[in-house]
Design a protein around this ligand. Structure first.
Ligand SMILES: *[C@@H]1O[C@H](CO)[C@@H](O)[C@H](O)[C@H]1NC(C)=O
Ligand SMILES: *[C@@H]1O[C@H](CO)[C@@H](O)[C@H](O)[C@H]1NC(C)=O
Ligand SMILES: *[C@@H]1O[C@H](CO)[C@@H](O)[C@H](O)[C@H]1NC(C)=O
Ligand SMILES: *[C@@H]1O[C@H](CO)[C@@H](O)[C@H](O)[C@H]1NC(C)=O
Ligand SMILES: *[C@@H]1O[C@H](CO)[C@@H](O)[C@H](O)[C@H]1NC(C)=O
Ligand SMILES: *[C@@H]1O[C@H](CO)[C@@H](O)[C@H](O)[C@H]1NC(C)=O
Ligand SMILES: *[C@@H]1O[C@H](CO)[C@@H](O)[C@H](O)[C@H]1NC(C)=O
Length: 430
């Protein structure tokens, strides 16, 4: 039956695609939208996107997927079922249709879009499912939290997102039909509670953005919340974006853009950083230093030569604040509470002259009641990429990945604009 559903989906997709081509301007929505949650119950702070999976008993089931800008493909807690006439999906289980070892995608994912990790064993073809006659397609997956290698089986999947006009949620749904992979429930033990998958948001042809097509334009926006009490927001589509209380302001008017830098054989996101400026003093970054954006690293990681210069300068401009012994992984801490602590902005001077200002909320973290630390950490003398910008610096910053024009847009702190990532109005309107 899944096969029939797939067929129907393809036919409907074809019809609606045709329909969209004629009526693109009549599309009632400009983006797909999903809530983004912060989790603090795993080894490090992590963020998930909530999407709809199966449709049962007239409602959609929801599942949370870890947001990973680096992952080559999507994988989650599910099992393969090739014949739903004969087999039924067990309760509380997500069942999807297998990709066989003979299909093109199997070779493509294994050879070109796989996880690159020396700890992963070579993959073989899987055993056949009873009655199916083909071998399944096992692929390696790397747990982004522990770095350990695991196994998953490539599938034909089906995800549903809500749609938006940039201000509210609309009643239309948007369906995406990616090839993803099914991993056993035990693969998600290191994950935050209720997070049972990895949402690949990279530029890989097997990552989620590649499956979000017309009428949506290839622009992805991510706004990570700093709080657990209300969700942040993910958009896909070249929409206007609005956050309360200024629901008439298009957040795009706050953005500066810098080019995304392509690295051959990589589907990750890199930008060009020329210097880090702290209170008018500029710390130059060596030419061709790689700066990656990561939703898995919680803190900005700098190669030691860059890190020591940043910390030296930052200590100097904060010398009136009483110091505290550093608390790992941080190297610079203060005997202070972040509320009421004011430190100079750390300005990232980007390749095309644009400045990303990192203000106190994004540079200092309260570690204990009376200790607050600088959330830039030492990556080691030979770390590559030399600079990884992490999620402490992203929270409450509106980020746009314009994949059409290969541009990265950033707002700097939304708190300075009297809003935050937790301020999207998720109310359904018609
Ligand atoms: C669907 O609803 C029926 C009747 O209420 C119930 O027995 C069944 O367990 C439900 N199925 C799922 C997957 O929730
Ligand atoms: C898997 O099976 C396919 C089809 O029979 C074959 O072309 C491919 O070489 C096999 N791959 C591995 C890794 O055994
Ligand atoms: C997990 O999800 C369930 C059901 O949606 C909810 O009741 C529970 O509070 C969630 N747990 C956490 C830790 O978020
Ligand atoms: C998005 O929309 C804006 C305003 O309508 C336009 O200037 C821009 O070129 C569009 N970008 C893409 C990638 O379509
Ligand atoms: C930086 O990279 C460019 C392009 O790869 C290369 O031409 C140039 O020589 C590099 N500069 C340095 C200082 O390594
Ligand atoms: C912070 O300063 C207070 C007052 O001087 C002192 O009592 C406390 O021990 C200090 N805490 C740390 C962690 O240094
Ligand atoms: C959220 O949107 C709904 C529908 O447009 C609107 O009625 C409501 O006032 C909005 N909420 C806030 C806090 O503005």
């Amino acid at each position: 039956m899944i096969f029939l559903i797939k067929l129907t989906a393809i036919v409907i997709a074809f019809i609606s695609h045709h329909h969209e081509a004629i009526a693109a301007t009549l599309s009632p929505y400009s983006s797909a939208v999903a809530p983004v949650y912060k989790h603090t119950d795993a080894a490090k702070p992590l963020y998930s996107i909530q999407i709809m999976t199966t449709y049962v008993n007239s409602t959609y089931e929801h599942a949370n997927f870890l947001i990973d800008l680096d992952a080559p493909f999507i994988w989650h807690d599910c099992i393969l079922l090739w014949n739903t006439f004969a087999d039924t999906c067990p309760a509380n289980t997500l069942c999807t249709y297998p990709v066989s070892c003979e299909e093109y995608q199997c070779t493509d994912v294994r050879t070109t879009y796989s996880y690159q990790n020396p700890s992963c064993p070579p993959v073989n073809n899987g055993s056949t499912l009873p009655g199916w006659g083909y071998c399944t397609c096992p692929v390696n997956v790397v747990d982004p939290i522990t770095g350990t290698c695991g196994n998953a089986l490539l599938d034909y999947d089906e995800f549903t997102l809500s749609t938006s006009n940039g201000k509210n949620v609309l009643s239309d749904f948007y369906g995406a039909y990616p090839n993803a992979a099914c991993a056993p429930s035990s693969s998600f033990q290191s994950f935050p509670a209720n997070v049972s998958g990895v949402m690949a948001l990279s530029t890989s042809p097997y990552a989620f953005p590649a499956y979000l097509n017309e009428p949506l334009t290839r622009v992805m926006a991510l706004c990570l919340p700093s709080t657990l009490s209300a969700p942040g927001v993910f958009f896909y589509g070249n929409s206007s974006y609005h956050l309360l209380p200024q629901s008439d302001v298009d957040i795009r008017s706050f953005l500066s853009y810098t080019p995304l830098i392509n690295h051959p054989d990589s589907f990750r996101y890199y930008i060009g950083l020329n210097s880090i400026v702290i209170k008018t003093r500029s710390i130059d970054i060596p030419v061709n230093t790689t700066t990656k954006l990561s939703t898995i690293e919680p803190y900005t990681t700098l190669r030691t030569d860059i890190y020591s210069r940043v910390v030296r300068r930052f200590s100097l401009v904060t010398k009136r604040i009483p110091p505290a012994n550093p608390v790992a992984p941080f190297g610079l801490c203060f005997n202070a509470s972040v509320n009421g602590l004011r430190v100079p902005d750390i300005e990232l001077n980007l390749q095309n002259g644009k400045k990303w200002s990192i203000s106190t909320a994004n540079s200092i973290k309260q570690v204990t009641k009376d200790v607050a630390c600088l959330t830039f950490v030492d990556g080691g003398a030979t770390s590559e990429p030399a600079i990884v910008i992490g999620t402490s610096q992203f929270e409450d910053n509106f980020l746009v990945f314009d994949l059409e024009n290969s541009l990265f847009g950033f707002s700097s702190s939304l708190l300075r604009k009297k809003t935050s990532c937790a301020n999207f109005n998720f109310t359904l309107t018609n």
